[in-house]
Design a protein around this ligand. Structure first.
Ligand SMILES: NC(=O)c1ccc[n+]([C@@H]2O[C@H](COP(=O)([O-])OP(=O)(O)OC[C@H]3O[C@@H](n4cnc5c(N)ncnc54)[C@H](OP(=O)(O)O)[C@@H]3O)[C@@H](O)[C@H]2O)c1
Length: 263
């Protein structure tokens, strides 16, 4: 079965390259279409066997599984364009937090799932969120979940949970990167380390802490407890974090949910 991707922008290209790189997809079975051909030129270099086109209806006609990787406001137009070319049994996948899967399913009668990927899939990590519409078949669900399982853990959820899930897993890499930046910048301002040194030290610390949690099963409480000796310097720093972080993250989740609703 051919797997088609419509839209080869930031997320479409990360998905195609990551799934090819993990071996979940065979280049011979992949088709990509994008509005502008130039965007796909690097794909041709690395994966010459992947079929490329600027005609979305060609992808729709030939593929049994089709990912629509355009921006939220472009989805409806693409669905209407490809609808006459789609096999009625084809499985269509959306990647947009702001597009209602139920609405698309109801309006167009498609077998539809939603996948919210994370840019971290490029390194085979990070959670992919998946939700299936009512008429998607068991085999189609399994195929999709196994495919994304090759680039990190998959969490199957109901559509109503996408907004909060997206805040953690899909927006998450940007939030963690911003946290690393501010953590390092505070050290840079003290004048002992260059920006590059501080970024490298903090990034390694974040990676190592995550490894302790994932590989050794340590909780954040256990890690805080083992580092922060009573009356020590870490304890003082943690007091500041516990005072400030809850309200910061409450605000971050609040604004992302508001935006999610508006999009
Ligand atoms: N970034 C993330 O971490 C992330 C995670 C999960 C989900 N998403 C979602 O992914 C969606 C896409 O985001 P993005 O950052 O990948 O956007 P993007 O970089 O703008 O990519 C959109 C691509 O779609 C192409 N396109 C637009 N209309 C088309 C049409 N009618 N036919 C064929 N191709 C068309 C564009 O082609 P041109 O080259 O001609 O402009 C562009 O390459 C967003 O809704 C976002 O919410 C993003």
């Amino acid at each position: 079965m051919k797997v088609g991707f419509i839209g080869y922008g930031n997320m479409g290209s990360i998905m195609v390259r990551s799934l090819l790189c993990s071996g979940a997809l065979d280049p011979e079975n992949v088709m990509v279409s994008n509005r502008s051909a130039t965007r796909m030129s690097s794909l041709k270099e690395h994966y010459p066997a992947v079929e490329q086109t600027t005609d979305n209806t060609v992808v729709a006609r030939k593929s049994g599984l089709i990912f629509i990787c355009v921006r939220s406001d472009q989805v409806d137009e693409v669905v209407r364009e490809i609808l006459p070319s789609l096999d009625p049994l084809a499985h269509v996948v959306l990647i947009n937090g702001g597009v209602s899967m139920a609405e698309i399913q109801q309006n167009y009668g498609l077998k539809i799932s939603k996948v919210i990927p994370s840019v971290t899939m490029e390194v085979g990590r990070g959670v992919t969120l998946i939700c299936h519409g009512q008429v998607v078949e068991k085999g189609q669900k399994e195929l999709l979940e196994n495919m994304f399982g090759s680039v990190g853990p998959v969490k199957v959820i109901v559509e109503d949970c996408f907004d909060v899930g997206t805040y953690m897993t899909s927006c998450g890499p940007a939030f963690v990167a911003a946290f690393i930046e501010e953590f390092a910048e505070a050290a840079v301002r003290q004048g002992s380390f260059s920006r590059d040194e501080a970024r490298a030290m903090v990034t390694e610390t974040v990676l190592a802490t995550a490894a302790l949690m994932i590989e050794r099963g340590k909780s954040s409480e256990e890690i805080c407890h083992s580092v922060a000796t009573r009356g020590g310097i870490t304890e003082e720093g943690l007091k500041v974090l516990h005072r400030g972080l809850p309200s910061i993250f409450d605000e971050v989740v609040r604004v992302t949910l508001v935006k999610h609703e508006q999009s």
